[in-house]
Ligand binder design. Structure first.
Ligand SMILES: [Zn+2]
Length: 692
């Protein structure tokens, strides 16, 4: 039995004790913290005295401790996965989820928040505290807590059925994807495919006990065929299979009916419409937007239509260029959907070919990380220096950020891929900023990437070399990190990223990406690993042209997905009997330049909106791009006035109005305070090469 004192997961005095934490500490720590938090909830439920802001203090503390300990366990599970750790993680996760679900549905707590909202004290609370109370009430209300009993039961039944149907939706997609296989027996049919793609297909066939090359509908397997296969017939076969996946037209070898998602789509839309009605909204799009930055579905639709209108001439130009190229160089007339990725790949090579391998030689790790730190230091008036902390792996580094000699925040930097570490890149919080009884707790972040580790050649370690995409990823995650660490908010519930509307969360991260395309920044951030030369201008120009390749078509495609997502949840009535396909066709007729073949059923595997959290929210990808591009344009405008120099005054303003306020006020208010006006789409169009 481990006692409280001995269990490092129960030590909240400083940084996580990664040198001491072991899998056997997890269950006793989580059990104890949940018992403590449960007791606090009980105490609050039975308290007789009038509610004040301070009534919730103990709950906040207990919740923070449980969240921090569980956050450490989740982090370790992500970065140093071992069978022992995974077992205790999986063993504890249901308890943790159940605890928070119960809290979020606790009606006594809901009543207490409403009592505080109605009290005389509320008007005296700081705006940050008021926002925490309002957010809490909003979440309870949107969770159905305010409904009369009978409707509450129906609401719960809707949630349950919705969860089951969305799970079925994604299972159908997965099963249909796994079931479809294409065995190619003659290598001649694979002409055009890169060797590594062929090798993977051959290995897959061997695993299946077959001769030849085997392809599936998993993206890395089928997409190279669309992109590279010279055989038009092969491309068509694969396109058709993918575009009809999990539909009534699906080409699978068994249980085809069962995997058709058409009915599930209608059921999900009906359930959402009913939920909206119960909560007192006109449609589900309104429900989706309640916790978001965008003001109304009408506003989102107008934004998307405007973007479509302005991108359209560029999309038409892209298509005309592609058509002419395919005709001239590939002898392809009458371009079909299955020709587009193939012809585009050839056109891109023809026009903008450069080697990613060559670019990589200019981005050694130390130069990139130094460049990033220097940029952040000069933009936001901070210093970044190495610091000490226990870590979970020898490659992990730890840093501190100071401003005016005061500690502001700290972060772990775990850059390289290794076995047992989850793929991808992300920022997570180890600890958030708060001021409690006059004591300041500074924020701590985990910055995790999966880049290639330094190579060892002839026993000598070479610097790690990053691709330009990896550099962008690092800047992106660092942007999230800055949002978390440079906050000056004192209340946990809205400090850093907490409480920020989720269609605004990507603003600081995508904002930071822009610097990776800034010539002056790149010139100082690159140094050829052998010659020490900075990135040549000619190579940079090619990279930029490749970035904006077909941006008109790509923008229009994203807008099309966003618009049909909005319309399905805004003015489509699933009970009317009108087919979902008609809504999609309407959007395409009005806005698209490329109309897919009539058999295309991409919606039947559109997991973002039918099995993920993006219903009436797909627009947020473009929305966040608009915000970040427009914010970045403030720096471009200031530089123009200031002879090309990076404006520290603009950096200070970005820090003051956006990074430091976190979720303590509406994102639109923060953006407007920074920019002096509401967001405009011009900068995004310009950055994507779509400006007159
Ligand atoms: Zn992000």
């Amino acid at each position: 039995m481990t006692t409280t004192i001995e269990n490092p997961l129960l030590d909240f005095t400083g940084l996580p004790r990664f040198d001491a934490i072991k899998p056997e500490h997890v269950t006793p720590a989580i059990d104890e913290l949940l018992v403590q938090a449960g007791a606090v909830v009980k105490k609050l439920e039975t308290a007789q005295e009038p509610v004040t802001w301070n009534s919730f203090n103990e709950l906040e503390d207990a919740g923070e401790r449980a969240g921090r300990a569980w956050g450490i366990v989740g982090h370790l599970n992500n970065v140093v996965d071992t069978p022992e750790l995974r077992a205790v993680y999986n063993e504890n996760q249901p308890k943790v989820t159940e605890f928070w679900t119960e809290v979020s549905q606790n009606e006594v707590l809901f009543a207490k928040y409403k009592e505080l909202r109605a009290s005389a004290e509320f008007a005296t609370l700081s705006p940050a505290r008021q926002r925490i109370v309002d957010n809490a009430i909003r979440d309870f209300r949107m969770g159905g807590a305010e409904l009369p009993q009978a409707q509450k039961e129906r609401f719960a039944a809707i949630q349950e059925e919705h969860a089951a149907v969305s799970t079925r939706f994604s299972e159908n997609v997965l099963d249909a994807t796994n079931d479809w296989k294409l065995l190619v027996e003659s290598e001649a049919e694979l002409a055009g495919l890169p060797d590594d793609v062929k090798a993977a297909a051959k290995a897959l066939a061997e695993k299946d006990g077959k001769q030849g090359w085997l392809f599936t509908l998993h993206f890395p397997s089928y997409y190279p065929i669309l992109q590279f296969a010279d055989s038009r017939a092969l491309r068509e076969k694969v396109y058709r299979a993918n575009a009809t996946k999990a539909s009534e037209l699906g080409e699978v070898f068994s249980e085809r009916e069962k995997w058709d998602n058409s009915g599930n789509i209608v059921t999900l839309l009906k359930l959402r419409a009913e939920e909206a009605q119960l909560l007192g909204y006109k449609n589900f799009a309104e429900v989706s937007l309640v916790p978001k930055m965008a003001q109304s579905p009408e506003h989102v639709i107008a934004f998307l239509e405007d973007l479509a209108k302005r991108a359209r001439p560029y999309a038409e130009k892209d298509l005309a260029e592609l058509t002419a190229f395919a005709h001239q160089h590939l002898a392809l007339t009458n371009l079909q959907a299955w020709d587009l990725p193939y012809a585009s790949e050839k056109l891109q090579q023809h026009q903008y070919a450069f080697s990613a391998q060559e670019v990589k030689q200019y981005f050694p790790e130390h130069k990139v990380v130094d460049g990033l730190f220097k940029l952040v230091q000069s933009l936001f008036g901070v210093t970044i220096a190495p610091d000490d902390a226990p870590v979970w792996h020898k490659d992990v580094r730890f840093f501190r950020i100071e401003r005016d000699g005061q500690l502001v925040g700290q972060f772990y930097l775990d850059l390289y891929a290794r076995p047992g570490k989850n793929s991808g890149a992300w920022m997570d919080d180890a600890r958030s900023r708060r001021v409690d009884s006059g004591r300041l707790q500074t924020p701590v972040a985990y910055l995790t990437c999966n880049f290639t580790e330094p190579a060892v050649i002839d026993g000598k370690a070479q610097p790690a070399l990053f691709t330009h995409d990896e550099v962008i990823t690092l800047f992106h995650e660092f942007g999230h990190g800055l949002h978390h660490m440079l906050t000056t908010v004192e209340e946990l519930g809205v400090s850093g990223i907490a409480g920020v509307e989720w269609d605004a969360v990507e603003l600081p991260s995508q904002f930071m990406e822009n610097f990776c395309w800034e010539w002056d920044v790149l010139a100082h951030m690159t140094s050829h690993v052998k010659t020490g030369e900075p990135l040549p201008r000619a190579l940079y120009d090619k990279m930029l042209a490749a970035k904006n390749f077909q941006s008109g078509l790509q923008t229009l495609r994203q807008v099309e997905f966003s618009l049909l997502d909005m319309h399905l949840h805004y003015d489509y009535e699933p009970a009317s009997g009108k087919a979902v396909q008609e809504v999609i066709d309407d959007v395409r007729r009005k806005f698209s330049v490329i109309v897919p073949p009539a058999f295309n059923r991409f919606q039947n595997s559109f997991g973002h909106i039918f099995a993920g959290g993006y219903a009436a929210g797909y627009y947020s990808y473009k929305w966040a791009e608009v915000l970040s591009a427009d914010a970045y344009a403030a720096f471009e405008e200031a530089a123009q006035l200031d002879g090309g120099k990076l404006s520290t005054a603009t950096g200070e303003k970005f820090l003051r109005e956006i990074l430091s306020v976190g979720g303590s006020r509406p994102a639109l208010e923060s953006f407007t305070a920074f920019r002096g006006r509401e967001p405009q789409i011009d900068a995004l169009l310009r950055h994507s090469g779509m400006a007159a």
